[in-house]
Design a protein around this ligand. Structure first.
Ligand code: C5P
Length: 239
């Protein structure tokens, strides 16, 4: 398996010029870069444009979680930015997800834009089963919850979900092979878990059906990020 088609590099950094340097350093091996709150708050739409102008695909990870009207108006703007994918929280409910996708389709048709993939966040990979029960008050398992939210996202015509590697194969079985699973919480052998709880190695996540693995600190926290990409590349070659 070619890592370049599967890796999303999380540009979790507060400095837009550093982000550009990172894209220049790793662009030959990475096609999709993720811009989350931190970089977007520092660099705004300009950093999205600059990285897009380098021919790279952008995953805009702003995890919209609000009332339907607010989300669909934001989705319209994300579509005009030309991002490859963006995400919303599935727990925002069916009306929000359905209307968001409808608005994206409508605006892209009307303005002749490439339609971004709309991806639903299920359960954050930083949440453990104990927290899920003890703090959030759910009596069922994270797996059951993720399955329910992924099914809802599918019914609302979303393109896929964000879920941990532990739920990826179950979601694929349940929602179909063409329903995209994006998997963060990836930890190569050299990388500590940090704040992530439901972690998995790049190879295991891809073997479990993830379409994309999101890696931040596993690469950018390595002494030699390029070498980290090479090592992951070798690891997943046999998948
Ligand atoms: O450094 P690390 O590889 O843990 O970074 C994971 C990235 O994926 C972070 O940017 C985080 O915001 C993002 N993410 C996540 N869990 C989700 C959705 C996104 O960890 N459910």
């Amino acid at each position: 398996m070619q890592l370049k088609d599967k890796l999303i590099l999380a540009l979790d950094m507060p400095d837009p010029s550093k982000a550009i340097e990172t894209v220049d350093m790793l662009g030959e091996w990475v096609n999709v870069f993720k811009i989350g709150f931190e970089l977007f708050l520092a660099g705004g739409p300009d950093i999205v444009k600059k990285i897009g102008d380098k021919g790279k695909k952008i995953f805009l990870d702003l995890k919209f979680h609000d009332i339907p009207n607010t989300v669909l108006r934001s989705a319209e703007l994300a579509s005009r930015m030309g991002v490859y994918m963006f995400n919303v929280h599935t727990s925002g409910g069916s009306e929000m997800m359905k209307r968001c996708q409808e608005r994206v389709v409508e605006v892209c048709l009307k303005e002749n834009l490439d339609r971004p993939k709309v991806i639903g966040v299920t359960v954050l990979t930083s949440i453990s089963q104990d927290q899920f029960k003890g703090e959030l008050g759910f009596s069922h398992t994270i797996k059951t919850h993720a399955k329910q939210l992924a099914s809802l996202a599918k019914q609302c015509n979303l393109d896929g979900v964000v879920a941990s590697g532990h739920e990826a194969s179950m979601i694929k079985r349940h929602c179909g092979d063409d329903f995209i699973v994006v998997t963060p919480g990836i930890r190569p052998s050299w990388s500590p878990p940090d704040d992530q709880q439901r972690t998995m190695t790049p190879k295991d996540a891809l073997k479990n059906g993830a379409d994309y693995i999101v890696v931040g600190r596993g690469i950018l926290g390595h002494d030699d990020p390029l070498n980290a990409v090479e090592l992951i590349s070798l690891e997943v070659m046999s998948v």
